[in-house]
Structures are given as C-alpha cells and as structure tokens.
Design a protein around this ligand. Sequence first.
Ligand SMILES: Cc1cc2nc3c(=O)[nH]c(=O)nc-3n(C[C@H](O)[C@H](O)[C@H](O)COP(=O)(O)OP(=O)(O)OC[C@H]3O[C@@H](n4cnc5c(N)ncnc54)[C@H](O)[C@@H]3O)c2cc1C
Length: 367
Amino acid sequence: MSTTDAERPVLIAGAGPVGMTTALALNARGVPATILEAESADRDRSGSRAIYVHGTTLHTLERAHPGLGEDLVEEGLVWPTRRTCWRGKEVFSRTYDNPGGSGKFPHFTSIPQARTEDYMHEALDEVGVEIHWDSAVETVETSPDGVTVETAGGREWETPYLVGADGGGSTVRDEIGAEFEGDQSKNSFIIADIEEIDDEDEQWPLERLFHYDDPRAGGRNVMVVPFTGGWRLDIQCTEGDDPDELVSDEKMREFTAEIMGEQYADNVTWVSSYKFLQVMADTFVDTHRRVLLAGEAAHLLAPFGARGMNSGIADADEAASAITVGPENTSTMRRTAPTTHLRSSRQATTDCLCTVRLLGSFSRRLF
Ligand SMILES: Cc1cc2nc3c(=O)[nH]c(=O)nc-3n(C[C@H](O)[C@H](O)[C@H](O)COP(=O)(O)OP(=O)(O)OC[C@H]3O[C@@H](n4cnc5c(N)ncnc54)[C@H](O)[C@@H]3O)c2cc1C
C-alpha cells in the first residue's frame, strides 16, 4: 500500500468475527483500518454459534493481537472424550490424557462466539480501531485507485481498499457482481444451547457425543458438545419433520429431558433451526482488486469440521497480508484455501453420512 493510501484507512464492512479480525490483522501490520457495521452497538448476538475454535485460529488471533488467543484459551474449554453411539449402544469412545496437546495453544478450545467477539471488541478498543455502528454499506464503486462506499444515511467514504466481511447476505458481494455457487443440504437441523447446571454430581460428563439413530430423540441423529458454561445440542431432522414445530419450547424441553436428563430440561437458552449451504463466491475480488471478500460474505460451509468462523479468520489474515503488500497481491486472495475447506467439509459431510450407513450395516451384523 502506498504512503498516500495509508492516510485513508482501509474500510471493513461488518463487525462480525471476520471483520474484527481483519481490522486487528491490518493494525498489527501497521495499516489503519475502520469498521462500518450495519447494526447498532447495543445489538444482541445471542446463541453460542461458532464454539469450536481451532488451534491454528488461536495462533492467528494471537499474531493479530498478542494476548487475544491466550484470553480465549483461558476462558475456553478443552474436552477430553469423544464418544459415538448407535441406537443406544456405544460403538467408539476415546479419552485423551492430554487432549489439548503440549504446544503453546491447545488443538482447539470451545467457547461461545459471543465471548470470542467480546474479546475482539476489547482488543479493538485497546488499539483504537473505530467501529461506526448503524452504518450499513449500501453501494460500492471501485476504480484502479480505490473505492467509494456509501453507507445508510448517505455518507460517502473513500478508501484504498474495502474488505467485505458483511456475512452471508453480503451487500459488498452483490455490489461487485460476485455470485454464490453451490448447493444446500436436504435435511434441516435443530440447534440449541443448554446452560450448565450447578449441581456437579448431576452434570453430564465432559465429552463430545455423536449418537446416530438415538432412540431418545425418536431415532434422529444427535450431537452434544460442551462449551464454557453450557452445551450445544444438535438434532438432525428426519424427512417428515417440521423443524418449526420441533423448536417449540415444549418440544425442546422434551428433547432435552430425554437426551440429557430432566435436570437440564429447563435450561434451554437458545434454539434455532437451519439447513446448511455449501457455496462459494465465483470471485473474491472486484475487477480492480480493491475490494476483497472474507468469511461468510465469500463462502458458506457445512457445520461439519467447524470451518465457518475458523476459515473466515484465515481469510481475514490473508486479506490483511494481501492489502499490506498492494493491489497486485490482492489478486492472490484467490479461492484456493476456501476451495479446500469446501472440499473438506463436503468430505466430512459424506464421511458423516457414510458413518451412518456403516453403522447401519454393522448393526445388522453385530447387534
Ligand atoms: C447456528 C449457528 C451455529 C454455528 N456454529 C459454528 C461452529 O460451531 N463453528 C464455526 O466455525 N462456525 C459456526 N457458525 C458459523 C459462524 O457463526 C459464522 O461463520 C461466523 O459468524 C461468520 O463470521 P462473519 O464475520 O463472516 O459473518 P457474521 O458473523 O455474519 O458477521 C457479519 C457482520 O456484518 C454485518 N453486516 C451485514 N450487512 C452489512 C452491511 N451491508 N454493511 C455493514 N455491515 C453489515 C452484520 O450485522 C454482522 O455484524 C455457526 C453459525 C450459526 C448460525
């Protein structure tokens, strides 16, 4: 980036985890950045969402802001046991003596996305990166020298580079004419946060459970994962299910009591249902290579492998590097890593479905 460019901050659309990481990663490279966020400062970011933070993500965050990775590790949870069941019977279980490994950071940590974002906000405050709230990006015009952005209310901004980290419904993506390509899952999933109970004797063991054809959930596939302060309950709907009906308070209370025990039944704090998309923008940059897409603005991945926020944070770091060295390098903001993520998440999805089929054929022989 030229010195003249450095006088105008790089603009980032979106104060999600990807936009905030981009700002921190630019700041760490000595490049001024400002965030434009559509929502208000007092918004509600409820739901645990991206709980599983990969070790590589912790390293990236630590580089972007020393202490940030450490904060997540300190508050996050590393669970030692992976267990898999099929129709009420255990088919695999492994407990690791040292589940986090012996490196500076564990292989992963499990923490609600809202807490990760809180730490990112604190980091931005510390280094003086500004977030302009209620400033939805509405139009984007690019030229070989830079970008003109108009936000809600008609304010105009000039910047050498714009990073579109404005999520799955990205306006920036639309404005540069990029389009999503890919497909959507057939099944719906129900996802809920269950708050941890106080009585330690009644608490669930600290483990990640996959239960295929779980009789306690009417034969649906169930995943239970711990995070600091609670549990993620994920239920795969069957073909005849109406997810809107299943997410009712009464039904979720019933599922929770059946799967986790009556002691957790009244602790459902957040419920959502989703079908996942596996899509990627056909380009990550505009024709002048002054606009870069990152995170869910650029790709939406299946939940298997927890690549949503993790891959977005990798994009953020990549975008900051490319901007630091100049426009000829923003063209390297290509789709190689996300293509790999997309392939891996497709593979993980297939593996998951194969596991169901495999367990099905085992069952006929073994049980
Ligand atoms: C139920 C659920 C469970 C999930 N579980 C996991 C998981 O276990 N692991 C994982 O890695 N990921 C998970 N994810 C995905 C993860 O939450 C997302 O990948 C992550 O939030 C994407 O970050 P982002 O910054 O790209 O987008 P977002 O978090 O969507 O942030 C985009 C930001 O841009 C703002 N914005 C939108 N439009 C504009 C505009 N025009 N101008 C300015 N700002 C704008 C939005 O208000 C928002 O603040 C989950 C998601 C959901 C919904």
